[in-house]
Design a protein around this ligand. Structure first.
Ligand SMILES: *Cc1c(COP(=O)(O)O)cnc(C)c1O
Length: 393
């Protein structure tokens, strides 16, 4: 297994758990129990049942006829946009809320930037009747009013992070502080394949249902489980990790990761972590991250809130460094145009994050017989105002 986490949570040179000593008991309890719990039949049964009846899985694998015609290759869309709450994030929060219950935790905390992970967390806490505190930067609370309202309707308490730049990294600091103070009763739900071991591996495993379904569905449609390429956008990297998971060790399946170049890689306003990042430690994990020469984290920028993250999960840092993955960065403008094109050709309005993945087809050529699966990570409803402003609709 060259591309999965080893026992210490390393993907090649990346990963691990670089945490303050006071956090050690919390992550240690999780590390010692997560694999065993995920293997328990009662856990599996409840997880599968909720994915089916609550999330609406399996999500369709849809042959995008007009898009395929336009780019002269065979394009399939994995429809994570049809998940309850509108994106893949809920696969992970369902898994983690069940994990929390098995560990005897009766309180949930989370951090959120744009609010999507906060909503997915508040949703499963409502489902299970467990109190939920979501930390969110004060600036983000102002910028993301609809998601704040959603979290409140779902019964969560949204606590503003007032320090630093008052955005995601400050919310993360607050959540970690809370967890240190409440080690016994609280579980911290992290929203992507980031953070200290075992989070990247645990979240990747919860999201791996995506590629498990692709295999079955593609076998039915094409007589093979393996596409030629799997394409996904990468913020922290959870939808991508899920879409790649069962193909990681299969060299004939090409892995394409799409990052947000923002206003351009060299513009100073970008979130293309593999291109711009250097090895460092963020949120307890050794990975690639955007930083100044003295190691301070650089503020990332992307038009899409979900890709606006200065690091990338350790799995993806390893896929990049080892050459297993092909990394492409896409600007705001390219993503917006691709989102409009998919809307007009397929009747599907993608989340702007997912639009980045569609934008590769303009320059990256595929053979007519290639089977290319694009993970459509979420729907565009949440981004309507951004599309309206951009295209003056
Ligand atoms: C949050 C989000 C992403 C980015 O997160 P990953 O962990 O990289 O998947 C991508 N697409 C959508 C729709 C999102 O909501």
């Amino acid at each position: 297994m060259k591309y999965q986490a080893n026992e210490s949570g390393y993907y090649g040179e990346f990963g691990g758990a670089f945490i303050p000593e006071m956090l050690y008991p919390n992550t240690e309890e999780l590390r010692l129990n997560y694999l065993r719990i995920m293997e328990e039949p009662s856990f599996k049964k409840e997880f599968d049942q909720l994915l089916k009846d609550y999330v609406g899985r399996p999500t369709p694998l849809y042959y995008a006829n007009r898009l395929s015609e336009k780019y002269n290759t065979k394009i399939y869309l994995k429809r994570e946009d049809l998940c309850h709450t509108g994106a893949h994030k809920v696969n992970n929060t369902i898994g983690q809320i069940l994990m929390a219950k098995k560990l005897g935790k009766n309180r949930i905390i989370a951090e959120t930037g744009a609010g999507q992970h906060g909503v997915a967390t508040a949703t499963v806490c409502a489902l299970m009747g467990i109190p939920c505190v979501v930390y969110m930067g004060e600036i983000d609370i102002q910028r993301q009013a609809p998601n704040v309202a959603r979290m409140k309707m779902l019964g969560a308490e949204v606590r503003p992070a007032l320090s630093g730049s008052r955005t995601l990294k400050d919310a993360t600091n607050e959540a970690i502080r809370d967890w240190i103070n409440n080690p016994v009763d609280t579980h911290y739900i992290i929203g992507s394949v980031v953070g200290p071991h075992p989070y990247p591996d645990m979240v990747a495993k919860f999201q791996s249902v995506i590629s498990a379904e692709i295999k079955t569905q593609l076998l039915e449609k094409e007589g093979t489980e393996n596409p030629d390429y799997v394409v996904a956008c990468v913020g922290g990297g959870s939808n991508a990790a899920g879409a790649y998971y069962h193909y990681l060790e299969d060299p004939e399946v090409g892995i394409i990761a799409v990052e947000a170049a923002g206003r351009g890689i060299d513009s100073g306003e970008s979130a293309a972590t593999s291109a711009l990042g250097k090895v460092g430690i963020i949120h307890g994990s050794k990975t690639l991250l955007m930083q100044t020469s003295d190691g301070q984290i650089t503020e990332p920028y992307s038009i899409s809130a979900g890709l606006d993250y200065p690091g990338v999960g350790p799995m993806h840092a390893h896929l990049y460094r080892s050459g297993r993955g092909e990394f492409i960065s896409i600007t705001d403008d390219e993503a917006m145009q691709a989102g409009l094109l998919v809307s007009k050709l397929e009747g599907i309005i993608p989340a702007i994050e997912s639009s980045h993945a569609f934008a590769i087809f303009k320059n990256r050529k595929f053979k007519p017989e290639d089977i290319v699966v694009v993970n459509l990570s979420g729907r565009g409803d949440k981004d309507l105002q951004t599309y309206i402003d951009y295209f003056e609709l």
